[in-house]
Design a protein around this ligand. Structure first.
Ligand SMILES: Nc1ncnc2c1ncn2[C@@H]1O[C@H](COP(=O)(O)OP(=O)(O)OP(=O)(O)O)[C@@H](O)[C@H]1O
Length: 238
């Protein structure tokens, strides 16, 4: 049984139809990239998983059970956590307080806060700093740490590198490698293709809310045409 299965998923904002018969399968402990240009439907796909889209249709199963009609809260409690593009931290609380609040709100058994400082060593020195005084990179780390401390099985990262300097993106790559080694399944929605490919095993490309391509990262690295057509980038092959 796959961890997450999407079959013929359609998504709507009011009268606006934005996801069209989307198919996607994610296995336990995989890292999957969700790629596509601005407005392709990556965030909306995440919203279809978390239940925050106004209307969704089709088969959406998590651990073999339909979540298509479950509430946002029930889906979150089942172990799916989203780190949204607009980093969600409490600006007036310290790093430590941000983590405590997240940990205490966990529905199941949370992870240990000290484990978060091990993974996100940059936060260790900033425990007493308020969220609002952190750099963009530090806020992104805290945002991911807040989701991770709740011990999710499936972590959805929406454009985690947006606005981050290349050196911070490198740090984030290492941190995510560490996270995936701790039994967390991850879907990364990104426009930074090199970052997404360096972490993932498989990718889905979506274009105008439809499946455009899916396959392994190895296959994708040989397909400059796809990268140019759907993502407007070339990618270094190694
Ligand atoms: N709240 C909304 N109401 C109506 N249409 C929306 C809403 N949010 C997104 N859309 C539309 O849905 C489509 C998919 O947007 P979505 O945000 O999912 O794309 P994305 O791939 O995540 O892009 P981005 O990189 O900009 O986040 C776009 O055409 C967008 O204009």
């Amino acid at each position: 049984m796959s961890l997450l299965e999407f079959e013929n998923v359609n998504g709507f904002y009011g009268n606006s139809h934005v996801l069209f018969d989307l198919d996607m399968t994610v296995e336990q402990n995989e890292v999957v990239a969700l790629l596509g240009r601005n407005g392709a439907g990556k965030t909306t796909t995440f919203r279809a998983i978390t239940g925050t889209i106004p209307r969704r249709e089709g088969r959406i199963e998590y651990r073999g059970e339909s979540i298509a009609r479950k509430s946002v809260e029930a889906i979150s409690n089942s172990g799916i956590k989203l780190v949204p593009e607009e980093r969600r931290i409490f600006p007036t609380l310290t790093v430590q307080e941000n983590l405590v609040v997240a940990r205490d709100a966990a529905s199941g058994t949370p992870r240990d806060i000290e484990e978060m400082y091990e993974i996100f060593s940059v936060l260790d020195d900033l425990r007493e700093n308020r969220g609002q005084n952190l750099s963009g990179g530090e806020q992104q780390m805290l945002s991911i740490a807040r989701a991770l401390v709740q011990n999710p099985d499936l972590l959805l990262l929406d454009e985690p590198t947006e606005g981050l300097a290349p050196v911070i993106v490198e740090d984030l790559t290492e941190i995510l490698e560490d996270i995936v080694s701790r039994d967390v399944t991850v879907i990364i929605a990104e426009q930074n293709v090199e970052f997404a490919l360096s972490l993932s095993e498989r990718a889905y490309i979506i274009e105008s809310g439809e499946n455009a391509w899916d396959g392994t990262i190895e296959e994708l690295r040989d397909r400059e045409d796809l990268l140019e057509q759907y993502l407007s980038v070339g990618v270094a092959s190694d």
